[in-house]
Design a protein around this ligand. Structure first.
Ligand code: ZN
Length: 279
């Protein structure tokens, strides 16, 4: 793939990196990434992936921009309040980088459509804000054999992890760490819990870094690790996470064999709970 003169200039700071170079930039331009949610995590994710020249970015979000989103969701602006978030994301990306095709999936991610959506992309980045969607994305990425880069937020704490349990070895899935979502009502809703806006930028940007590394094929994989950021204490830690031999999805005797079994007994997408995992 030959880069045009304007692309050589636009991506000069990538191309000069010996780990990326022209071939790495070409891989980014040919890559397809699916971002779940155009909210707090999805905003920095989409903006940095678009700036980096990821050629096709799919965005799944059924919601519209509201005024209270703008404290952290930097994809959107005041004059686009009321617009579908996918449409607002398209405008933001078009203004930033015409090389990028943002595919709007203006729908709720469900057990019925998740496989078809995830299968169209190379890498999945989850920026959703509720447990039901997180489990569903994990299961769909596993069945479709796609790497999943997952981010989560809670008030002043953030987490990032990578899951590729479809590959052999000690590569856990999300269910290996969190077997079940908490019952509805136990975890506070995001609206009740609140969040420091810039924290979403930190965690979403980390997700973007891991997605770019995965596409270019450089550095050490985050699979098998959980990075935890405590903003109030400005503290980071990385903990090892292992594959669970009893995992209902990726274990040797799985209980979940397709997505219709993925959500049994779980809250449905749209019942939004903030992530408060004890890790
Ligand atoms: Zn698992």
């Amino acid at each position: 793939m030959d880069l045009r003169d304007d692309q050589i200039e636009r991506y000069a700071r990538h191309i000069i990196l010996k780990e990326v170079g022209g071939p790495g930039q070409a891989r980014l331009l040919n890559a397809r990434v699916l971002v779940i949610g155009a909210g707090g995590l999805g905003s920095p994710l989409v903006m940095y992936l678009a700036a980096a020249g990821v050629g096709t970015i799919g965005v799944v979000d059924f919601d519209e921009v509201s005024l209270s989103n703008l404290q952290r969701q930097i994809l959107h602006i005041t004059e686009r309040v009321g617009m579908p978030k996918t449409e607002s994301a398209q405008l933001a990306v078009k203004a930033l980088n015409p090389d990028v095709n943002l595919v709007a999936h203006t729908e709720r991610l469900t057990a019925a459509n998740a496989m078809a959506l995830v299968s169209q992309y190379d890498v999945v980045a989850d920026g959703s804000d509720n447990f039901a969607t997180r489990f569903l994305v994990n299961d769909a990425a596993f069945f479709a054999k796609k790497t999943l880069v997952s981010g989560a937020l809670s008030q002043f704490d953030g987490q990032i992890a990578m899951f590729r349990a479809h590959k052999p070895g000690d590569n856990p899935c999300y269910r290996c760490i969190y077997r079940e979502p908490p019952p509805p009502g136990l975890a506070p809703s995001c609206a009740e819990a609140g969040i420091l806006g810039a924290l979403a930028g930190v965690v979403g940007s980390l997700q973007a870094v891991e997605v770019l590394k995965e596409i270019v094929g450089i550095g050490e994989s985050l699979s098998g690790k959980l990075v935890i950021y405590d903003a109030l204490n400005a503290a980071w830690r990385t903990v090892k996470v292992r594959r669970d031999a009893k995992c209902a999805l990726c274990g040797p005797t799985p209980i979940i064999k397709n997505l219709s079994q993925s959500l049994i007994g779980h809250p449905q997408p749209g019942e939004e709970f903030c992530e408060v995992p004890a890790a």
